[in-house]
Design a protein around this ligand. Sequence first.
Ligand code: 5GP
Length: 204
Amino acid sequence: MQEKGLLIVLSGPSGVGKGTVRKEIFSQPDTAFEYSVSATTRKPREGEVDGVDYFFKTREQFEEMIENDQLLEYAEYVGNYYGTPVEYVQQTLDAGKDVFLEIEVQGAGQVRRKFPEGLFIFLAPPSLSELENRIVTRGTETEDLIKGRMKAAREELEMMELYDYVVENDKVELACERVKAIVVAEHCRRERVQYRYKKMLEVD
Ligand code: 5GP
């Protein structure tokens, strides 16, 4: 029987740098897990490519995906839908490959309920003021939007409890190393590997 891949979920407050950490992880040639491209109703930003950064959808298309049960999870975030197409995740895990999701916290909560055996990693900011700083210096958002995001971030920080690991994003390279080390460790977890040794002993 094909051993299933690991479902890795990286989440955390908005502005904490999830996207940056994810991009850094996938720019490294030794990264052995597959990125699950999300669907969204938000408009593409400059340079974003459909099918690579996101599957860009209209609200109608997205709502159809919800109705047809095509999403593993979805959430409405700052006025737009974001969701994870379930088919790709299922097929990739069944093929024995690890799948990596980078999603906001409401969606991560839904995945936790459906896939309790997943690996849930919370990306944490070094401090709240640092978080505010990062959101403001991003410079692309209005004052109201920034306030909204900060309020959400405070609430989201309290959701750390639902995760298996916490990685501080003090430096992107360090955060990436920690995430990858956690994945390696998870593959060595006794519950995951013990059956192989049991099988070996049965052969004798
Ligand atoms: P952005 O618009 O900056 O690309 O993403 C906004 C937020 O949506 C980020 O926190 C990102 O992690 C989250 N996000 C991206 N894809 C998904 C998804 O498929 N599901 C959920 N729940 N959140 C997502």
